[in-house]
Design a protein around this ligand. Structure first.
Ligand SMILES: Cc1cc2nc3c(=O)[nH]c(=O)nc-3n(C[C@H](O)[C@H](O)[C@H](O)COP(=O)(O)OP(=O)(O)OC[C@H]3O[C@@H](n4cnc5c(N)ncnc54)[C@H](O)[C@@H]3O)c2cc1C
Ligand SMILES: NC(=O)c1ccc[n+]([C@@H]2O[C@H](COP(=O)([O-])OP(=O)(O)OC[C@H]3O[C@@H](n4cnc5c(N)ncnc54)[C@H](OP(=O)(O)O)[C@@H]3O)[C@@H](O)[C@H]2O)c1
Length: 426
């Protein structure tokens, strides 16, 4: 959307916006945590460009499936791929595939009502009293926070209805955040770490199992994140004891890498490294929050190591008129704002190519493209349909005292989009 905004504001280009899902928003809708409503507001500012007179929206069209990369290129002067990075990286430990081991990507999709989410993604995790979350990034913090949150406090948000219900019946008492390095190397931001300190009725504890931890936190020049931990209780956690009955808690265990998930047919413990010996942390669920991974549509060059499309300042190598932006360009890191700078670079390259006459001439017209889309995609959603989806979700939210009730399936989204075609928007 930053790329589209740049084009619409600074050129007279016509822009086709395509997404494989019947609803727009990417990770702003399906990634950002429901208890971060102010972050999600950026979606409203992007929405100003959905029904811009020079925008055509074609939602529900998957490139690489419904249309090939070549077909899209043949009908446009330039194509910018902003397809993100939706797969999960794996940790690469034995037992990772046991029941009860879940990728954060699945859990996040589930609580954010992604239409492709596994409806059972949260079941095993919420049935566990102790959950080990591997990874020290902001996604790990999002997951930990939501697992111990008071469901009543989430009730007003746009969290997926089935996830809210499941949280109400959940048994989680303790979440252990496993960082393979020290607090000074944690990938999360100090502000998100600080927020954990202020969760109502939740204790935050640092497992003081390794002398390096205290030394870093109490050191002469702690990093911003380590400084946040100075106010946090430290204790040597006895893992042979079950999580307490009192307040829920989040335990930060640093300098501890996962070695294996243990269990016959389901996770019963996570073997971790410690300063002397390995330590088994009993837990019936393991959440792998070790990062996302990009998979671009077939037909684009791909670098397996980084999970990105090779490019030069946004221009895809050996594909004239093809560009990348966002996580599929830079890899799966950086907050929403980082994509604005990234888009400025890509659109700058695109415009320089246009001025230099380096864009290939499209063979098909916009009208021919519309016909092609109609032939290939059984059903699509345009800007009016998207507006109808938002109206339906907001109205349901108003009825239930929630900011929005998200529709959780593609079927329901398509059905809601068609209500926009009826008089009075019914
Ligand atoms: C769990 C999570 C929480 C986050 N929370 C925050 C936060 O609180 N604050 C913050 O600043 N940043 C946050 N981020 C980071 C932020 O979401 C990303 O920086 C940003 O969304 C990346 O944008 P993108 O356009 O590259 O990818 P995405 O937002 O993933 O968008 C990619 C879009 O491409 C579509 N697509 C994929 N393949 C195809 C295809 N073949 N054909 C058609 N369409 C396709 C997808 O459906 C999707 O809509 C979070 C990230 C995650 C994972
Ligand atoms: N509130 C927000 O602003 C917000 C919320 C969510 C996400 N985001 C952003 O979205 C991006 C993605 O976040 P993310 O959390 O998915 O990724 P991330 O920031 O890259 O963090 C991944 C974490 O996984 C760890 N890890 C990787 N492989 C591991 C392994 N084999 N064993 C143990 N640990 C391993 C990494 O440790 P090492 O450092 O040791 O490799 C790191 O701590 C980030 O830029 C994040 O800031 C922002």
């Amino acid at each position: 959307m930053y790329a589209a905004e740049d084009l619409l504001l600074h050129t007279n280009a016509e822009v086709t916006l395509i997404d494989r899902l019947p609803v727009a928003g990417g990770l702003v809708r399906h990634g950002v945590a429901p208890d971060h409503p102010s972050t999600k507001k950026i979606g409203e500012s992007f929405a100003r460009f959905h029904d811009h007179p020079r925008t055509r929206m074609r939602l529900g069209v998957e490139i690489g499936e419904d249309l090939s990369v070549e077909e899209v290129a043949a009908h446009h002067d330039a194509v910018v791929y902003a397809v993100g990075a939706s797969d999960a990286r794996s940790i690469g430990i034995p037992g990772e595939q046991l029941a009860g081991s879940v990728a954060a990507t699945s859990l996040v999709s589930w609580y954010n009502a992604h239409p492709d989410a596994d409806p059972d993604a949260g079941a095993a995790v919420l049935a566990a009293e102790r959950v080990v979350v591997v990874g020290n990034g902001n996604v790990a913090l999002d997951v930990a926070r939501l697992l111990v949150a008071d469901p009543d406090a989430l009730a007003a948000t746009d969290i997926a209805g089935p996830a809210l219900e499941a949280l109400r019946n959940g048994r989680v008492r303790e979440v252990v955040l496993l960082g393979r390095r020290g607090p000074e190397h944690a990938a999360y931001t100090a502000s998100e770490l600080l927020a954990l300190r202020h969760l109502p009725n939740v204790d935050l504890v640092v497992d003081d199992h390794d002398a390096r931890i205290g030394a870093t936190i109490d050191g002469a020049a702690p990093s911003e994140r380590a400084a946040v931990l100075a106010e946090v209780a430290r204790e040597r956690v006895d893992w042979s004891r079950a999580p307490g009955e009192g307040r829920r808690r989040i335990v930060l265990r640093f300098h501890s890498a996962p070695v294996a998930a243990l269990g016959e047919d389901a996770v019963r413990a996570v073997r971790t490294t410690g300063p002397g010996a390995e330590v088994d942390v009993p837990a019936r669920a393991l959440v792998r929050a070790v990062g996302y991974r990009g998979t671009p549509p077939a037909g684009l060059p791909f670098d397996e190591d980084s999970g990105t499309v090779p490019h030069e300042a946004g221009r895809v190598a050996d594909r004239p008129g093809t560009y990348v932006v966002g996580w599929i360009k830079r890899g799966p890191s950086g907050g929403i704002g980082a994509n604005r700078v990234c888009a400025a670079e890509t659109i700058g390259t695109l415009l320089a190519d246009a001025v230099a006459g380096r864009l290939p001439e499209p063979r098909g017209s916009a009208r021919a493209f519309a016909r092609l889309v109609r032939r290939r995609a059984r059903r699509t959603v345009n800007a009016r349909g998207l507006a109808a989806i938002h109206r339906v979700e907001l109205a349901a939210g108003a009825r239930e005292g929630r900011s929005r009730v998200k529709l959780t399936t593609a079927e329901a989204l398509f059905a809601a989009s068609r209500r926009g075609r009826l008089p009075l928007g019914r």
